[in-house]
Design a protein around this ligand. Structure first.
Ligand code: 5GP
Ligand code: MG
Length: 205
């Protein structure tokens, strides 16, 4: 069965924060744990159906935000493949996606392999655009990408990147949890949450 379109999420009705997870600054739950896990299973199944059997495959997770999503995804993606990590950080100030800085190198070589890049969230699309352009220079057999979240852009500006597999489409809010941080905090939340005050724009990637 093909993957259903991204699940549209709004912030009009936040779920309450589960017991034990009331961290200072956290306002509410945008995507609860059960729905997240259900969607991760659907994404894994869609990837499994698309990837050619018996051909070299690399699942390449972008550090750090995609670590928890990747851990859950690969546990549902049976088969023989490599898992590697690439650290990228966009520096620059405030809300702007700046130039990419490589913070952790890959171990593997990509030539003639199928590559699936996993990221936490597609915002302006700059990160995945630049990462996949750079990976193309290694001449992989194919590059596809899977993101848990895609932000609806506040304007009609087209996103410069289309991911093959998308979990949820969310409002243009700053989100945390399930690997995504604000100042390195909140990554441990098993759900996607939003913060009390809306003046933070970026995490630490
Ligand atoms: P893009 O290059 O698509 O604008 O940004 C992608 C990266 O910015 C993501 O991989 C993520 O690390 C970071 N980012 C974008 N939006 C958010 C957000 O709402 N929360 C957090 N914590 N990080 C974000
Ligand atoms: Mg990131």
């Amino acid at each position: 069965m093909p993957l259903s379109p991204p699940i549209e999420v709004t912030d009009s009705c936040l779920e309450t924060i589960p017991d034990g997870w009331h961290l200072p600054g956290l306002k509410g739950v945008l995507i609860g744990e059960n729905l997240l896990q259900e969607r991760v299973s659907q994404l894994a199944e869609a990837i499994r159906q698309t990837v050619p059997p018996r051909q070299p495959l690399v699942v390449l997770a972008l550090l750090s935000g995609a670590y928890m999503f990747t851990a859950d995804l690969v546990r549902r993606l049976q088969g023989d493949y490599e898992i590697d990590f690439l650290g990228v950080s966009s520096y620059g100030s405030g809300t702007q996606s700046g130039d990419l800085r490589w913070t952790h190198p890959m171990q593997t070589e990509l030539r003639d392999k199928h590559v699936i890049v996993i990221d936490d969230i597609l915002d302006t699309g700059q990160t995945l655009n630049k990462v996949t352009s750079k990976l193309q220079t290694e001449r992989p057999a194919s590059i596809r990408s899977c993101v848990l979240l895609e932000k609806r852009l506040p304007t009609q500006r087209p996103c410069p990147f289309d991911a093959e597999w998308i979990g949820f489409r969310i409002p243009p809010l700053f989100v945390v949890g399930y690997g995504l941080d604000f100042g390195l905090r909140f990554r441990q939340l098993p759900f996607i949450g939003i913060l009390d005050c809306e003046d933070h724009e970026r995490g630490t990637d």
